[in-house]
Design a protein. Structure first.
Length: 373
């Protein structure tokens, strides 16, 4: 069975120079130096690539770093690089390469150090590979952008299908699977334990970076969502009180907030009402007012979420053009094209606006050469 992530929804603030550089270094080392040989053959002369791995039964801090760039075969390398590309786009897109590369190396080094120290009494054996660091980056991406979508290829014998899953769900599946295997093995030192260590370090580093304000998730990180809604901007006179218990009172509070406090406060009240009662719905006109107010405000993340929710119930509304503009502003041209394709222009003005946005979206995809959605 193969489960391969191949297209992340990653509206990035930074071009992934660091991810590209890391992949290039990994591939170059393999092409130039090859793969490590079995430890039993070291007596006949150890090649340089084998000297770069973490060896059990000894301590060599230099190999804690070098082993992160060494792989045991083409399959090992290729799959690691696919995962690094998918999750590196998201993590580096929020961090930038100056913070992403140190975070990646710190996680990989920490995992290698623990493996070598834990196996200090072992008689032979070695470890290498980028998967510990990659699991850390995957955990960071799941923490910072849990709702982002990840197109994934599933291949089981003759069954091949692509599905779209959340980053959080994908990471949870792989970490959970490794945990079960590690339990079965009695948590002996193995690749599964290395993966779990990488994920743990990634969560710790990702949480620390959020607390230090080293990145801006636009309020879409796990902690903000757990508080009840994505928070793009902090505004208004203070904490928004919880809506009253009845739907009528909640509706009145949302309307009042929209009139007096603005779109952000009104959206917070709406999210709180939905959290308290999943069946709560805004009437069409009120929902449209909220959506249009969010589109005018400096809150693109909240506006995009509400517009897509609105269009689920009202797919023919011309608000889809506005949503496409917001998606382009958020550097999500592929998603913008999907919404534009669903529009049947009712006037020449709409037809021209649609054509202009489609041209802009295609240009955005073509300029970068990367599909960052």
């Amino acid at each position: 069975m193969l489960i391969i992530p191949y297209r992340p929804e990653a509206p990035v603030d930074h071009f992934p120079w660091g991810t590209i550089a890391l992949i290039t270094i990994n591939v170059a080392i393999t092409v130039v130096l090859g793969f490590p040989q079995p430890p039993a053959l070291d007596a006949a002369g150890e090649p340089l690539i084998s000297a770069l791995t973490v060896k059990y039964g000894t301590i060599n801090p230099l190999t804690w770093v070098t082993s992160v760039f060494v792989h045991f075969g083409w399959g090992h390398l290729v799959f690691n690089m696919i995962f690094l590309w998918s999750f590196g786009l998201m993590a580096e897109g929020l961090l930038g390469w100056r913070l992403f590369i140190p975070a990646y190396l710190a996680i990989g080094t920490a995992v290698s150090a623990i493996l070598q120290i834990a196996m200090l009494g072992a008689d032979g054996g070695r470890a290498a590979g980028a998967s510990g660091a990659i699991y850390g980056i995957m955990a960071m991406a799941a923490l910072w952008a849990p709702r982002n979508k990840l197109e994934t290829l599933i291949w089981i014998l003759f069954f091949i299908r692509t599905i779209e899953v959340s980053v959080f769900g994908f990471a949870l599946f792989f970490v959970g699977l490794d945990f079960l295997v590690a339990v079965f093995k009695g948590f002996s030192m193995s690749s599964e334990v290395a993966h779990l260590l990488g994920a743990a370090f990634g969560l710790a580093v990702g949480t620390w970076m959020l607390r230090k304000g080293l990145l801006d998730t636009g309020g879409w990180d796990w902690f903000a969502l757990r508080r009840g809604r994505p928070i793009t901007i902090v505004s208004g006179p203070g904490p928004v009180p919880k809506p009253k218990e009845t739907p009528a009172d909640a509706l009145a509070a949302i309307r009042d907030a929209l009139e007096q406090q603005g779109a952000i406060a009104a959206d917070a009240r709406y999210a709180a009402a939905r959290q308290a009662d999943a069946a709560f719905r805004l009437p069409h006109d009120d929902f449209l007012r909220l959506v249009e107010a969010l589109a005018r405000s400096n809150a693109p993340g909240a506006a995009i979420e509400r517009m897509e929710e609105y269009l689920t119930a009202h797919p023919e509304n011309p608000v889809r053009l506005t949503l496409a503009r917001l998606l382009l502003g958020a550097r999500r041209p592929r998603r913008a094209l999907e919404h534009l394709a669903a529009i049947d222009p009712a006037s020449e003005t709409q037809r021209e606006a649609k054509a202009a946005l489609e041209s802009e979206a295609r240009a955005a995809l073509g300029e970068s050469g990367l599909e960052l959605e």
